[in-house]
Design a protein around this ligand. Sequence first.
Ligand SMILES: Nc1ncnc2c1ncn2[C@@H]1O[C@H](COP(=O)(O)OP(=O)(O)OP(=O)(O)O)[C@@H](O)[C@H]1O
Length: 219
Amino acid sequence: MKFELDNVELYFKTMRILNGIYLKAETGKVTAILGRNGCGKSSLLNIAFGNLKPKYKLIRIDHKPILKPLYKTGYVKYLPQYNFIPNGMKLSFIFSIYNLNWDEFTEKFEALSKYKVSKFRTLSGGERRLIETYVILKTKSDIVILDEPFSHLAPIHIEYIKQLISEEKKQKAIIISDHMYSHIIDSSDDIYLLQNGTTKKIDKLTELEDYNYISEGQL
Ligand SMILES: Nc1ncnc2c1ncn2[C@@H]1O[C@H](COP(=O)(O)OP(=O)(O)OP(=O)(O)O)[C@@H](O)[C@H]1O
C-alpha cells in the first residue's frame, strides 16, 4: 500500500503552521518526520489520521483520493502524544479488546506480567507508554502512525520497540515522529524534515546538519 499526504495548508487563527507538505509512506517502510519543537509534526500526524481538519489537504491511498477521515476507513492505527487508554481499564481487558496475546507480551516484558489484572492508572508513565505503543504496533492495520513512541521509555524498552517496528513494517506502512533522532535514524527508511511549514525529503543525513536541525558532529 502507498499512502500519500499532499498539499496540506493548516492555519490556527491567522497563523499559518503548514503549507507545501508532501509525505509518502509505503508498506515495508518506516517513514520518519523530524523537526524542532512546535514546527507542526503532531498537527501533521493528526491531519493524516483525520482528527484535525486543515484548510486544504489531499490524501491518496494507492493513487486514489480518500475523502473521508482516515480513521473511518479502518486502515490506520494511531499512537497520539497523550495517553489514550482509559485509566480504569484492566490490562487483561485492554489485550482482549485489541485481540492481543498477553503471554506473548510478557515473554518480552517479564517485569510487567504482575499487572495482568491491574488497572492502567496503576502503571508508571513509561509502563503506560510501553503498553500503548505495543498495542498500536501489534494490532492489525495497514498504516501505523506513531507520535513520540520513545518518550518516557527506558533504553532496553526502546530497543525492543525498535525491534517490533522492524518486524511490523513487513506488513505495514509506519509513520513515526520523535525527538530521539538517533533512534529514528536507526529505525527509518525515509526521513522528512519539517521546517518553516514544509517537508523536505532528506537524502543524505548530513542535510540534517545543513538545515540546522542538529549541530555539526552530532551524527
Ligand atoms: N489547537 C491549537 N490551537 C492553536 N495553536 C496550536 C494548536 N495546536 C498546536 N498549535 C500550534 O501549532 C504549532 C505546531 O504544534 P505541534 O504540536 O503540531 O508541533 P510539534 O512539532 O508536534 O511540537 P513538539 O515537538 O514540541 O511536540 C505550535 O506553534 C503550536 O503552538
